[in-house]
Every structure is written in C-alpha cells, then in structure tokens.
Design a protein around this ligand. Structure first.
Ligand SMILES: Cc1cc2nc3c(=O)[nH]c(=O)nc-3n(C[C@H](O)[C@H](O)[C@H](O)COP(=O)(O)OP(=O)(O)OC[C@H]3O[C@@H](n4cnc5c(N)ncnc54)[C@H](O)[C@@H]3O)c2cc1C
Ligand code: SF4
Length: 448
C-alpha cells in the first residue's frame, strides 16, 4: 500500500502562474480593439466600477502610469483583481464585443497596467493632511487592505491587525498560485503600507488584543476577518481527510512539503474543490475524482471552472454522498459512498440530496481532500454581534449592531458569491462611510 508522497521542488513549477503577461504588441492590439463605449456595460459589471474604457484608452496612448492611476482610483487591489476576478461573469461577460467576437481581455490589460505600476513603483499617494482620526482594521485580507488604504488616502491613521505571519488573506494563502502567486499579494500589502498604514502581523484579535482595547485607542474598528476553516463532514475516518484550505495553502507556501496521492478524491464541487483537484492533478496524481452529492446543474463552481477541470482530466462522480473513509493502518484506501436521489428543494433552494438505502459502494483512493466551504465567522458570536444567516449583520454603512464597529468582506457576505473584488468594494465603501461619519457636517463623499 502506498501513501501520499511529497511533491518535488521541480513539480512546484506546475503551479506557476497560468497566464503569462501580455506582450507589448499583444497589449497594443487588444487595447485598439476596444470600442470605448459611452456608459460602458463593463464598468457597470465591475463591482468596483473601474472606468475600463478610460484605462484601456490610456494604455492605447502609451500612458501606462495614467492607466494605473485610473484603476487605483476605483480599486487599490487592481493587481490581484486582474488575476483572480471571474471576468467571464463580470467585466468581460458584459463586453459588447462578446456577442459576435471575443470580448476584450480586460483582466489581462488591467494586469499589464498594474505590472507597470509595480515595476515603476508608480503607486497612489496621500494628498491630504492628517485628520487626527485613527481606525483599527482586523484582518489584512482584500477587504481590510482596501479599507485601510482608502482611509489612509483620506488622511486617517490606520493600523491593521493580522493574525497570520503574512498579510493578504486568501490572496496570499487561499487562491492557487496558478491564478495568483504569493508575491503579488504581498507587494500589494506593501503598497498599502506605503500609504502610511501600519500592518501588524502575528497579532490575533480576541486573543492578543481585545475589542475594548481597540475601542479605547481608536475612533473606529473595522472587522474584516473573513470566514473560518473547512467545516466537518461528520463521517467516520474524517481524521484522515485533508483540509482543502490547508492543501492549497501548502501548495502556495511550501509546495515541497505538500503530500499528494496517486489516486485522489476531492469532496465538494465549488471553486475551492476545483482548485484542490487542479493542484492534485498538476502535482502528479494519476487520477483525481470530484465527489458531489447533487448534479452538475447544482454545483457552485463557475461554468468556466467546470470546463477547466474537465480539460485537466479531472473526473466527476455526481449524486454521490460520502459515508465513511476506509482506512488501512490509518491511511485511506477508499471512500465508502451512498447513491443519492434528488428530492424537493431544501433551505438552500436546491433539490435536497436523499440517500438511497443499501446503495453503498466504494471509490478507491489513497488521499481524500474535503473542500466544502468555510465556517461562518466566529467573531460574530464572540463579540455578541447581530448576525444574518450566521454572517455579521451590517447596515448600509457597514456598521454592525455595535456603534463604531464596522464589518466588511466575506464575514458579512450573507447573500451572493464571495469574491475578492466584492471585498475590495466593501472596503472602499466602508472607508467612505466612516469618513462621512467623522465629518458629519462636511458634504457627503461620492463613490461610484
Ligand atoms: C480557496 C479559495 C479560492 C478563491 N478563489 C477566488 C478567486 O479566484 N477569485 C475571487 O474573486 N475570489 C476567490 N475566492 C474568494 C476570495 O478569496 C474572498 O472573497 C476574499 O479573500 C475575501 O476577502 P476578506 O478580506 O473578506 O477575507 P480573507 O481574505 O479571508 O482575509 C481575512 C483576514 O483576516 C485575518 N483574520 C481572521 N481572524 C483574525 C483575527 N481574530 N485577528 C486578526 N486577523 C484575523 C485572516 O488571517 C485573513 O488574513 C476564493 C476563496 C477561497 C477560499
Ligand atoms: S476589477 Fe475585476 S471585474 Fe473589475 S474590471 Fe478589473 S478584472 Fe474586471
């Protein structure tokens, strides 16, 4: 019997960023295809409402610095978003050229401008005097960094508290390197520090520092702590199942220590599950099977991710409910499953999976990974905050049930798909709301 084996350093290359940067020529050709629409649908479809025709026009006229400025004006994390945004569903999906031709490669053009900004350190600056107000931000993921940067641009003093050793949140630890290498997220955090924001890593809110302490020192507190770990499946032998988030993290921050099986099962059918399956396939598994209790019509991953997974050679077993891990000497040798039939819609609005009695069967595997979402934010309960479907409840200004305490990003995303660009937009809008709160007598701040 063979257990999962470590990945060699060389095979870490298999996870190198998938899309190469566009060449100068390809960029010029692509920018020239843009129709520069008035009231452009792509700008409406971008959650941060970047003025896309404007930044593309600046690329076409060789004004890369101006192009980057246009992007940063709406989205401080444009380098991450250019790589991770599901553009097919957002800006590129709305491109009017998409009907008859290929839509403009907005994400890759944005990356070109952002790469230029990084290479020339052409980053936003603070152009206003200090206001004397200070804000603590809990969590250095996309939501927290966006909020911190926008608040700093408005003249406020911002301290970000991050429990991990590196900033960036899921951009650093969770999004596979094929889409976003770690150094892109770290550089973005450095850029936010360049605006005067202090990022304190290795400091856990609720353990090393309390809300009462932050409330004493700061004028406002923003919670942008994301979600929790992968929930339990509650099946026998679960201790031998690998946590999908830890699997991805290891692939980004220490691929040489990552153990990958020859015959891998991934439980789940969301984008994270596809990511785990892709890593296993790229890092040498002979066979990767995704197991899901509903059908391809109900799976939560994007359609383009499903297509990508199939092209990678990943197999799918639908209408299949894991029941128990079969172990030999503590090592998985298979996953016992039950056949499922779909019943009436459940609380999620999707047909309920109903297991068929006596339908047990075994899928052989030497490694089983679970990627079935993330636990709801634990801070909500710890702080006694009002919740909505288990997420932190906020009003239109991102204020929680505690005055002066705001929350943004995944920890408030009770409806709709969680994404980096939505977290960035939350951060931007919350910063404007906090600024407005501080300057009640001043004219309202306009954000698009
Ligand atoms: C595997 C995976 C892949 C994804 N891929 C994509 C993708 O390709 N495209 C896309 O748009 N979205 C993707 N997403 C979603 C996206 O990553 C999130 O929506 C986004 O990161 C949310 O940002 P956030 O700042 O709210 O939370 P997070 O990124 O989770 O950041 C929260 C931060 O808070 C810190 N923190 C938590 N608790 C504490 C505490 N008590 N004290 C101090 N710090 C704390 C955490 O360490 C973390 O750094 C993916 C998500 C996952 C799980
Ligand atoms: S931030 Fe994302 S959605 Fe918006 S224009 Fe850029 S790639 Fe498209």
């Amino acid at each position: 019997m063979e257990s999962a084996s470590s990945v060699s350093k060389e095979s870490g290359q298999a996870l190198a960023e998938q899309l190469p940067p566009l060449t100068a020529n390809a960029t010029a050709v692509e920018a020239d295809r843009c129709l520069y629409c008035y009231d452009a649908p792509c700008t409406h479809a971008c959650p941060t409402h970047i003025d896309i025709p404007r930044f593309i026009k600046k690329i076409a006229s060789q004004n890369l610095r101006g192009s980057a400025e246009t992007i940063f004006a709406s989205n401080l994390l444009g380098a991450t978003c250019a790589r991770v945004c599901p553009v097919q569903e957002l800006c590129e999906g709305a491109c009017v050229l998409g009907g008859d031709h290929k839509p403009i490669s907005i994400g890759r053009l944005q990356r070109y401008a952002m790469d230029y900004a990084r290479e020339h350190q052409s980053y936003p600056m603070v152009m206003v005097p200090p206001t004397g107000k200070s804000i603590a931000v809990v969590g250095a993921g996309p939501a927290g960094l966006s909020c911190a940067g926008e608040l700093a641009k408005l003249g406020h003093a911002v301290t970000v508290i991050e429990k991990r050793s590196m900033p960036g949140g899921l951009s650093t630890y969770g999004i596979i390197a094929l889409r976003e290498p770690v150094d892109v997220a770290i550089e973005e955090a450095r850029m936010i520090e360049g605006l005067g924001v202090e990022i304190k890593t290795g400091l856990e809110f609720g353990k090393d520092v309390t809300l009462a302490e932050l409330q004493t020192k700061f004028d406002a507190v923003v919670i942008s702590a994301g979600l929790g770990r992968t929930p339990a499946l509650g099946i026998a032998g679960e201790e031998a199942i690998v946590d999908g988030l830890e699997f991805i993290e290891a692939s980004k921050t220490g691929a040489e220590n990552l153990k990958v099986g020859r015959n891998v099962i991934v439980i789940g059918a969301g984008n994270t599950a596809v990511d785990c399956a892709t890593i296993a396939m790229r890092l040498g598994a002979d066979r990767v099977t995704m197991v899901y209790r509903r059908t391809d019509r109900e799976m939560s991953c994007y359609e383009h991710e499903y297509d990508f997974a199939r092209k990678e050679g990943i197999e799918f077993r639908f209408l299949t409910q894991p029941a128990r891990v079969i172990l030999d000497g503590g090592i998985p040798v298979g996953l016992e499953c039950l056949r499922v039939e779909l019943g009436a819609p459940d609380a999620s609005g999707r047909p309920a999976p109903v297991t068929v009695n006596g339908s047990e069967f075994v899928i052989a595997a030497d490694q089983i990974v679970k990627a079935i979402g993330q636990e709801k934010p634990s801070l909500a309960k710890m702080l006694g905050l009002a919740t909505m479907k288990g997420f932190i409840a906020v009003d239109g200004s991102f204020q929680t049930s505690l005055a002066g305490v705001y929350a943004i990003g995944d920890c408030v995303r009770a409806t709709g798909a969680a994404s980096t660009v939505m977290a960035v937009q939350d951060g931007k809008l919350a910063a404007a709301a906090i600024h407005q709160q501080f300057a009640q007598s001043a004219a309202p701040v306009e954000v698009n």
